[in-house]
Write a protein of this length. Structure first.
Lengths: 406, 131
């Protein structure tokens, strides 16, 4: 048995050792797009049907014991609450327990964590997680306002700060402390765009280069347009099951071996160390302990990467590279599918498209493809262990999961 | 605009009034509820000097609805002389002339035009210290 972590994690650990194994039995997602023809319900239904169809054995959806819906901006942009009941209705499974999980951009990962706990505790043996975001019914400024609800509404957003500008503040400080120019972050979006070319469901399927990055229009300087994700529409569904049900369905191949969520001070000004994503660190440490994997075991990652600075800080917080070195690691090819920490193999937030609270569910769909060996040109050779991490706000919530192909 | 919310935060928005702990001397901003085990009386109102230096800054060109008409504008994290950080807009300066570490001072400015309920919204911004 591995050594016990201390503090808050140790309580977690005790519980986790008694938990039932959890399998990802199917997963599917709609293409990410500015999809003016589809409503939130259309998108969610398409992903749900595709996930059912992806099972090797037919499944009566009434057997689903719990439905978790992840959405960060729906209640603001579409003015619809109670997505649990709404989508249970849309899916034809009225009557089952269903609810919405919201933790801003981390909603998908936090919903997945609830599903993990529900099965691991024995409360349910088959659970559906739906991540859905419908943003293009509204104009850009409304989307920016909805995104800004994840930062301090009274002393950040109210004064004119946006989520993107908060990351820009951290990027400029990072450049100052570690001595980088802005274009040191170019390898992150360049890698994301290169990988998206082989993802039929990505928003932007074209390559970019360092020259284009340098010349791109500023969005929230020092962040430019080619280092800033585009919000778009999409829905993703993951079906999870206990081991007996996964075996019955003939789909006990990919195990959700570890998962944890953690929080950090929500206002940036309240943090002691602004260049350290404490929630990312804590959740990844606990998730990796649960799964009993070390950094060297993780072959492919998907992290929150709307900007290069976010991916850089996540890689550092999770312990894959030293503080202040992530841009150099990326420049050396470390984040490509052939590198030691492949990122954004389906395009990431930047090129696949930023699906807000659904991102954490999309990450699972994409990593499952990696573990199944069906990721095309961006396939990481013999991928068996994957790490998914999504952040809410400026990393004020983090959810990390470890997937293992058995 | 949320009338009561604005009114409630007036001391913080208008004069950067934070709190000081009566025994430890700890200063904080914005004002917060007492921590577990503390009483409200342990913290007294404490106006900050409003001077400090730029910790980081960014130029906003894609803003939320309320500030859309004002783009581009500048935002910053300012390290106040009392030691704490505060997030705010910068004013009376060009982005090209700014640098981390630069001295700034707080000014009270109108933040946005009158909304549907005719409220003039004022709050603090920071500008480079005048010489």
């Amino acid at each position: 048995m591995p050594s016990m972590p201390s503090g808050a994690a140790s309580w977690y650990w005790d519980k986790v050792m008694n938990m039932q194994p959890v399998y990802i039995v199917s997963s599917a997602a709609t293409p990410v797009a500015e999809n003016y023809h589809s409503s939130l319900r259309d998108l969610a239904a398409a992903a749900f049907h595709a996930a059912l169809k992806g099972l090797p054995t037919a499944l009566d959806p009434q057997r689903i014991g719990m439905l978790y819906v992840a959405s960060a901006m729906n209640s603001i942009l579409e003015r619809q609450t109670e997505l649990g009941a709404l989508l249970a209705t849309t899916f034809g499974v009225v009557g089952i327990p269903a609810l919405t999980v919201e933790a801003s951009g981390a909603s998908g990962g936090v919903a997945l964590h609830q599903a993990h706990l529900a099965i691991a505790s024995g409360a349910a043996d088959l659970v559906a997680v739906v991540g859905v975001e419908k943003v293009t019914d509204r104009l850009d400024a409304d989307i920016e306002a909805a995104r800004a609800t994840s930062i301090d509404s009274e002393f950040e957003a109210e004064l004119g700060l946006t989520l993107t500008s908060q990351w820009a503040l951290l990027m400029r400080r990072y450049m100052h402390e570690y001595g980088y120019a802005a274009d040191a972050f170019a390898p992150f979006p360049i890698n994301a765009h290169a990988n998206a070319a082989s993802n039929a469901g990505a928003l932007y399927r074209f390559g970019i280069n360092a020259d284009k990055y340098r010349k791109a229009t500023q969005i929230a300087s020092p962040l430019n347009m080619l280092d800033t994700s585009t919000a778009a529409d999409g829905a993703a569904v993951v079906l999870l099951a206990s081991e007996p049900v996964a075996r019955e369905l003939g789909a006990a191949h990919i195990r959700l071996a570890g998962g944890a969520i953690a929080t950090d001070a929500l206002p940036l000004a309240a943090r002691r160390d602004l260049l350290w994503l404490a929630a990312a660190e804590r959740s990844s440490r606990v998730a990796m302990q649960q799964a009993q994997v070390r950094h060297a075991d993780v072959q492919v990652l998907d992290v929150t990467d709307p900007h290069g600075i976010v991916a850089a800080m996540a890689l550092e917080a999770c312990g894959f590279v030293e503080r202040g070195t992530a841009p150099r690691h990326a420049a050396d090819g470390g984040i490509t599918p052939q590198g030691s920490t492949p990122l954004a193999t389906a395009g990431g937030y930047k090129a696949r498209g930023d699906v807000g609270g659904a991102s954490g569910v999309y990450q699972i769909v994409e990593l499952v493809r990696q573990l199944q060996g069906t990721a095309g040109a961006a396939q990481v050779a013999n991928a068996r262990v994957a790490l998914a991490q999504c952040l809410g706000g400026v990393g004020s919530t983090a959810a990390t999961h470890i997937l293992i192909r058995d | 605009m949320d009338l009561a919310k604005r009114w409630r935060q007036k001391p913080a928005y208008y004069r950067l009034e934070g709190q000081r702990h009566r025994t430890s001397g700890e200063v904080r901003f914005p004002p917060q509820p007492p921590r577990v085990g503390e009483s409200v009386e342990e913290w007294e109102a404490y106006p900050l000097q409003g001077t400090g230096e730029i910790y980081s800054f960014a130029g906003v060109r894609a803003a939320a609805t309320e500030y859309e008409a004002q783009t581009p504008y500048l935002v910053a994290l300012v390290r106040l002389d009392e030691g704490l950080l505060v997030s705010a807009q910068l004013t009376d300066c060009d982005e090209a002339e700014l640098q981390i570490g630069q001295r700034v001072e707080m000014v009270t400015r109108r933040m946005s035009d009158t909304g549907p309920d005719g409220l003039l919204v004022y709050a603090y911004k920071f500008r480079p210290v005048l010489r």
